[in-house]
Design a binder for this molecule. Structure first.
Ligand code: NAD
Ligand code: TYD
Length: 364
């Protein structure tokens, strides 16, 4: 995937969707720091999209932000014609399991119907290309290990050949989008790539997910809600390692293939929370008592998957990818980020980033 284009300041251009969210913004920031791609960033700015994540790119002519829906075929067709990207990376999604339990339809709308519409727009664009531009075009869909369902304590980790068995509306909708990606490759020959990654952590994660939520609650002296007994296991990967994996798959992955990405870093939730508490005890001690005193066991999540684990042997062997962050130091730097960016946190919590957004968009 190395096509250059004159309309794009002589750089290969990527259409990135969902690039104002947690993982998408990390990908965009890394790509622009390395000056490898011109980025057209299409994001609807749902509650989880935050332009403040991209504030450092405000004056970067090679980052073009467009507020819009991946399901808006006319808009996507226009962007593809206008910028002629060499590839598309689809991060846009509804991404939180708990929200999917309350409103599954929102997940079907963006994750299934939105992805289907995006695929159709990309197919039409790809079919209009010829020569090396057509040969080199890639559509990379960013997915999750949750599509594989739940493992027992002694089961082998998920790999690319594990059958899909999603248990939540979130994972079911992601499974649906993955199947559509597969079908567009098999039926129309669209050069697709698929990644199924484990739980990410790192800076700028929306404080509804376990790690940022508990950091923020701990600092506020609030109870730390642990679902069930805290014994559910997740495999944790630093978001930058995930973004490097996506770049490697985009550049050297084989069209039609899937790559499982994980940190070989399985932890029970209670272990993660205890590690968080001791980091906070050292960095921001409470006036009285330890942060672990705030741990509070609450009713379990319905359909709560017991364990996720990934065997990343294929991406390691074929593409030479390796996780660079280990969990202990990655978690520490994540805690540091939240401690040093409490204004980001309070703007997200108060909704002030949304008021700013409304003002920002009223003015254009
Ligand atoms: P996120 O919720 O932080 O960000 C999602 C982004 O998509 C937001 O900026 C939002 O505004 C945007 N968006 C939502 N609907 C849209 C639409 N219809 N059109 C355009 N933009 C839209 O999510 P994240 O954690 O950054 O996850 C990104 C992707 O990675 C998702 O597809 C998710 O399934 C996948 N994934 C996440 C994890 C994880 O641990 N967070 C792990 C593996 C895979
Ligand atoms: P989460 O960050 O929502 O990611 P996912 O459900 O996609 O794995 O949750 C991670 C784990 O932490 C999961 O097992 C549910 C658990 N959890 C809690 O125990 N308490 C909480 O408040 C949250 C948000 C999650």
């Amino acid at each position: 995937m190395n096509t250059h284009n004159d309309n794009n300041n002589g750089k290969a251009c990527l259409l990135v969707t969902g690039g104002a969210g947690f993982i998408g913004s990390c990908f965009v920031l890394l790509a622009r720091a390395q000056n490898t791609y011109r980025i057209i960033n299409l994001d609807l700015l749902s509650y989880a999209g935050n332009l403040e994540n991209l504030a450092s790119l405000a004056d970067d002519p090679d980052h073009i932000f467009i507020r819009g829906d991946i399901g808006n075929g006319e808009l996507v067709a226009h962007l593809l014609r206008e910028y002629a990207p060499a590839g598309v990376v689809n991060f846009a999604a509804e991404s939180h399991v708990d929200r999917s339990i309350y409103d599954p339809d929102a997940f079907v709308r963006t994750n299934v119907l939105g992805t289907s519409s995006l695929l159709r727009s990309c197919l039409a664009y790809w079919q209009s290309l010829d020569g090396p531009r057509r040969e080199n075009f890639r559509f990379l869909h960013v997915s999750t290990d949750e599509v594989f369902g739940s493992l027992g304590p002694d089961d082998a980790p998920f790999s690319e050949t594990t059958p899909y068995a999603p248990n939540s509306p979130y994972s079911a909708s992601k499974a649906g989008s993955d199947m559509l990606v597969r079908a567009f490759h098999e039926t129309y020959g669209l050069p697709t790539l698929l990644t199924n990654c484990s739980n990410n952590y790192g800076p700028r994660q929306f404080p509804e997910k376990l790690i940022p939520l508990l950091i923020i609650k701990a600092l506020a002296g609030e109870p730390l809600p642990i679902y069930g007994k805290g014994l559910n296991v997740r495999d944790w990967l630093h978001v930058e390692d995930h973004c490097r994996a996506i770049t490697m798959v985009l550049e050297n992955g084989r069209p039609g293939q899937t790559y499982a990405v994980g940190g070989r870093s399985e932890k029970a939730n209670i272990e993660v929370v205890r590690e968080l508490c001791s980091l906070l005890d050292a960095k921001a001690p409470r006036a009285k008592g330890a942060y672990a005193d705030l741990i509070s066991y609450v009713a379990d999540r319905p359909g709560h998957d017991l364990r996720y684990a990934i065997d990343p042997a294929k991406i390691e062997r074929e593409l030479g990818w390796r996780a660079r962050h280990n969990f202990a130091s990655g978690l520490e730097s994540t805690v540091d980020w939240y401690l040093n960016n409490q204004e980001w946190v309070s703007r997200v919590q108060s909704g002030a980033y949304r008021q700013w957004l409304d003002t920002h968009y009223r003015e254009r």
